[in-house]
Design a protein around this ligand. Structure first.
Ligand code: GLV
Ligand code: MG
Length: 338
């Protein structure tokens, strides 16, 4: 596996230098909007004040007869709306669709200086990233762009999961990856009809009582996404890029959404998608480290200034490894507070 920050694809002449490090930016929620929807577009200035990232969606959920309107709408909005500190991203159509080439040609040509990240759906292997990377380098050179546009892959097919490490290191443009449970479920032929979250039928059952084998046995719901999210987190963090949880489709189930986001946060994800304004605040809360945990972590860092040895703090054993965990928590809190 190559270190993406030390790996340089040959550049198109005149293309901007690849990044050596992903600069920190708050990215707790990637809020999706449909750029062909006038009503939604009118809310963008207000959303830009609340969100870390706004993403103009061109792919799934945008019907074929609105693909062009969405693309042109995004170009217009990127030019007209003041996004302030909020980053503007887009999700282009998939690489096997008839729309993607025009998505890239039009968007980079018209608003390449305003788009920070391009999200590529249904990425199956490093070859998909190499294709986008090369095309972006050519378009950036052609349009005289000074900053490279970053690439974010959606992990949402079985083959993508199999190749996740190679995808994460495929280009120095890789900014991160999102977990896409809806397409992944379809690709794996899971027997579900939902977007993320658990499933009432996916459970473990306790052993039968030998004294009373016919007695009812307790069951507990399991997390069907644990393995793939953990795999994605390892692939991303080892490559120096950022892992995100994707969509939670039951908008009314704010409790379920919060649980799904929190599980992802605990496993190492830095943010999640928000498909409705109610999910913005959930993501902001969940992906900012809890105040009491940060307080405890600071106490540990202060008590062990050199991060070495074994110490008892509030009755809990702390050593070099817990010191590092505390450092992760405190630095995230400090970066978000800036
Ligand atoms: C997201 O695109 C998903 O398929 O879950
Ligand atoms: Mg999808």
């Amino acid at each position: 596996m190559r270190n993406p920050r030390a790996f340089f694809q040959p550049l198109a002449i005149g293309a901007p230098e690849p990044l050596r490090e992903i600069p920190f930016k708050p990215s707790r929620m990637i809020h999706f909007f449909d750029p062909s929807n006038e009503k939604m577009a009118s809310k963008l200035p207000e959303l830009a004040r609340k969100c870390d990232i706004l993403l103009g969606n061109l792919e799934d959920a945008i019907p074929a007869d609105r693909k062009e309107a969405a693309r042109e709408g995004l170009i217009r909005l990127a030019k007209e709306v003041d996004f302030g500190d909020c980053a503007l991203w887009t999700r282009i159509n998939s690489l096997d669709s008839p729309w993607v080439l025009d998505d890239l040609l039009r968007l980079v040509g018209e608003i390449g200086d305003r788009l920070e990240v391009i999200m590529v759906p249904k990425v199956e292997g490093p070859w998909d990233i190499h294709y986008v990377d090369r095309l972006l380098a050519q378009l950036e050179a052609k349009h005289g762009l000074e900053r490279p546009i970053l690439v974010h892959a959606i992990l949402e097919t079985s083959l993508g999961v199999v190749n996740v490490e190679e995808i994460a290191t495929a280009s120095p443009r890789m900014q991160g990856m999102s977990f896409g449970p809806a397409d992944l479920a379809a690709s794996r032929r899971m027997k579900t009809t939902r977007v993320g979250g658990g499933h009432p039928a996916y459970r473990v059952i306790e052993d039968p009582d030998p004294e009373n084998p016919d007695a009812p046995r307790a069951t507990a719901q399991q997390d069907p996404w644990h393995y793939s999210i953990a795999r994605m987190v390892d692939a991303c963090t080892s490559a120096g890029i950022l892992p995100f949880y994707g969509p939670y489709g039951d908008i009314r189930d704010t409790v379920g959404c919060e649980h799904q986001f929190r599980a992802a946060f605990l496993l190492g994800c830095v943010g999640a998608w928000s498909l409705h304004p109610v999910q913005i605040d959930i993501a902001k809360k969940v992906f900012s480290p809890p105040v009491d945990e940060v307080k405890f972590a600071k106490k540990v860092l202060e008590a062990i200034p050199d991060g070495r040895g074994v110490h008892m703090i509030d009755g809990k054993m702390q050593d070099d490894a817990t010191w590092k965990q505390c450092k992760v928590m405190v630095s995230l809190a400090e970066m978000l507070a800036r």
